[in-house]
Design a protein around this ligand. Structure first.
Ligand code: PMT
Length: 409
């Protein structure tokens, strides 16, 4: 159930005897890598203490809609936005009725109304209450609104009755929650991405760099997390906030980036080199500011450059390299040079980027690229870097899986 890794689950607990099983549910979800934030109704607190659920979820438990301190930290709207899924387990007949009626009179119903994330309920109640036509109608109404029901199960109940209405076991609820994310194309994969430009010092004042803003690499990192991957982003100096759930490492020079990439490569499935890495750096970095020589009338100043390590080539040269995707920023003969780079550096895919057009390359919000691989040349039309990233990751995931199948066959 790798699908749950890194996922954000709001777990709603309502007031039924099955509330004691929420503790096990939280334990299983967090063990699978999910982040869990618990919202309890006041009735739920009669069955299990918030302290227990706080300790297991490693997060404060949310109780009241009108708690100003809690609202300041993470209010109902933040919780609703934070969630990748809202799971209510146990969901009592009363809660189901209030949700079906569109009530927003406590924190949990409010979060359910406000969220865009999928909502799932694990009903738990006496068999007579479950069979009652009011409950059945409420459930039909909720299913029509795309709210999923996990269960209920049948069997002996806490009240001594036998019949439908038992909450599913925590293991079954976790498996169904994981299924919500089964369409994620990079589930369970570790992705390492470089972004931005590198900076090569000339003296304490000056450096060589390029126009890379980091936007393309950061958009890729965000899209990869949304697609289910665990993402590490190694970035040159840029002015961008870190995308949520991405581990970011900042570096300055090409040699720093080279080192950071090799430090992070263990277990990486896919490496995407989007950074604009300086091919050369000054052979010597002056320790003091280089001054204009008043005796020298020459208009020319020369700086000797030496080659930087090629990060992508050093990754593909490893004995067991990850799946490697490079970018090629070109001003002319874009596809030809990109294909040539792919072969020379032994990449699995290269993304050809025509940077002669300022609307689709360095610093722009949009991009338009062609993905090149063995027997592949797929143009991606002009779109925001966010959209291009999603499309790119579709191709990368497809090619990665195909390569894996071929290798294991
Ligand atoms: O950051 P933005 O402003 O959003 O701009 C995005 C971008 C234009 C930087 C991006 O889309 C892009 O094209 N990145 C690659 C830029 C580049 O340096 O291309 P290149 O053709 O010089 O290098 C080819 C590949 O080798 C790249 O994957 C590069 O990361 C890698 N390389 C280059 C030199 C080096 N010493 N080590 C490397 O790994």
């Amino acid at each position: 159930m790798l699908q749950l890794s890194n996922k954000r689950i709001v777990l709603g607990v309502t007031g039924g005897i099955a509330a004691y099983k929420s503790a096990e549910l939280i334990r299983l979800l967090t063990k699978l890598g999910a982040q869990v934030r618990v919202v309890m109704t006041s009735a739920a607190c009669e069955f299990i203490t918030p302290l227990t659920l706080q300790a297991l979820s490693h997060n404060p438990v949310h109780l009241d809609l009108l708690d100003t301190r809690a609202e300041a930290a993470m209010g109902h709207i933040e919780l609703a936005r934070w969630a990748d899924a809202v799971l209510v387990a146990p969901a009592t007949a009363d809660f189901i009725a209030r949700l079906a009626g569109g009530h927003a009179d406590d924190l949990l119903t409010t979060v359910c109304l406000a969220t865009n994330a999928p909502i799932c309920l694990a009903p738990a109640m006496n068999q007579g209450m479950w069979r009652d036509s009011a409950t059945q109608q409420n459930c039909e109404e909720l299913v029509e609104r795309n709210i999923q029901l996990f269960g209920p199960d049948e069997g002996s109940q806490a009240c001594g009755d036998i019949g439908p209405g038992r909450m599913l076991e925590p293991e079954q609820i976790v498996a169904k929650t994981a299924e919500l994310f089964s369409q994620d194309i990079l589930t369970g994969l570790k992705v390492l991405i470089t972004a931005g430009g590198t900076r090569e010092d000339i003296d304490p004042v000056r450096y060589i760099c390029n126009h890379s803003s980091g936007k393309m690499g950061f958009a890729l990192a965000e899209a990869a997390v949304a697609a289910g991957a665990t993402v590490t982003l190694i970035s040159g100096p840029v002015q961008l906030p870190t995308p949520e759930r991405v581990t970011r490492l900042d570096v300055i020079s090409a040699r720093d980036m080279h080192q950071a990439v090799h430090d992070q490569l263990a277990d990486v499935d896919i490496f995407i080199g989007c950074a604009a890495v300086s091919d050369y750096r000054p052979a010597e970095v002056a320790r003091e500011k280089i001054k204009k020589d008043p005796e020298n009338s020459s208009e020319i100043m020369e700086i000797k450059l030496i080659r930087n390590p090629d990060i992508i080539a050093s990754v593909t040269a490893l004995e067991q390299p990850p799946f490697v995707v490079g970018f090629a920023a070109e001003t002319h003969n874009v596809l030809g040079y990109a294909a040539d780079k792919m072969r020379r550096k032994r990449m699995d895919l290269v993304v050809a980027n025509d940077i002669s057009d300022w609307e689709i390359g360095f610093s722009s919000d949009c991009n338009e690229v062609t993905v090149i691989g063995e027997e592949l040349e797929e143009p991606l039309p002009r779109a925001s870097k966010t959209v291009v990233s999603r499309q790119l990751l579709q191709i990368i995931a497809r090619r990665f899986r195909a390569k894996q199948t071929n290798t294991t066959e």
